[in-house]
Design a protein. Structure first.
Length: 291
């Protein structure tokens, strides 16, 4: 039995289908010694290499689907490595052997809030794909006057440079001072900087943006910025069912032996504080070297 190369590699944890298709297009993947093609099918005995390194192909039964929620701070990049040495979201995640975390979508450097990570690239692909219409919710602080006419246009649809876009819902919420007002908005796709561009099309400014929900998964109350929490098996399977995947029967989380949220979050805050101190010290040393 053969399967599509990008599906097999996504399931094996080497990235989402989109990421793997980009690798194939760039000629970075070889199958049985030949440069791979998008849509190519392989069997279980195929020899696959990415950038010259042999990869381990995993069967569906051997993959344990894990999902993390991560509270991204502003200033972190959604990339594995940054040539300028800036902090990335992957630096804080738990290390694994024989698998890697795949991000479900991205947040730009100035946006904070909920990010999902999984070991299952197929799950990541389906959660991101527009055809699944998985809802995202954002808390947005707007600087400038927002009128009913603007809200109606944003719901009906606004022509952006990459096509028509709209919010499904827009709800004013309490808080804010002067010209700053908070809104909660929802939409079912994740184009680059889409929330910001939609508001900016109405000549107002997004002064703060936080993702608070992805599908049915909410940003956990009290989870510190820079902290992560792993979903239990029933939550993972609810997420898988939502995008038409079979349930998982294994989990790394044992609810019987979990520490309290207060203790866990206290540890995260302590670790985050230490990391900030190390970054500040590294920046100070680098600054002195340049003098």
């Amino acid at each position: 039995m053969t399967e599509k190369l990008q599906k097999v590699l996504a399931r094996s944890g080497y990235g989402s289908r989109r990421e793997i298709e980009a690798m194939i297009g760039a000629g970075r993947i070889r199958v049985n010694g030949k440069v791979a093609q998008v849509g190519e099918r392989i069997d279980a005995d195929a020899s696959v290499r990415i950038d010259g390194h042999e990869v381990v192909i995993k069967s569906e039964n051997s993959v344990v689907c894990r999902v993390l929620t991560y509270h991204k701070p502003e200033g972190e990049l959604c990339t594995r490595k940054d040539p300028e040495g800036r902090p990335t979201v992957y630096e804080r995640l738990p290390r694994m052997s024989g698998a890697r975390w795949v991000a479900v979508g991205r947040l730009d450097v100035n946006t904070s809030g909920l990010l999902l990570f999984t070991t299952d690239g197929e799950l990541a692909n389906r959660l991101m794909h527009p055809s699944q219409e998985v809802e995202r919710e954002y808390a947005v602080r707007i600087f400038g006057e927002v009128t009913d006419a603007m809200i109606n246009r944003l719901k009906k649809g606004v022509q952006l440079e990459d096509g028509l876009a709209h919010f499904d819902t827009i709800k004013a919420v309490g808080g804010g001072e002067g010209m700053n007002r908070w809104y909660h908005v929802t939409l079912k796709e994740g184009r680059n900087r889409e929330v910001r561009r939609l508001w900016e099309s109405q000549e107002v400014q997004v002064s703060r943006l936080i993702r608070v929900r992805y599908g049915d998964i909410k940003l956990e109350s009290g989870l510190p910025q820079g902290g992560w929490s792993e979903l239990e098996l029933d939550q993972v399977n609810e997420l898988r069912a939502k995008v038409g995947l079979q349930p998982e029967d294994k989990s790394f989380v044992d609810p019987r032996h979990q520490e309290s949220k207060q203790r866990k979050f206290a540890k995260i805050r302590k670790a985050t504080s230490k990391r900030k101190d190390r970054l500040r010290e590294a920046q100070r040393v680098n600054k002195n070297k340049r003098k």
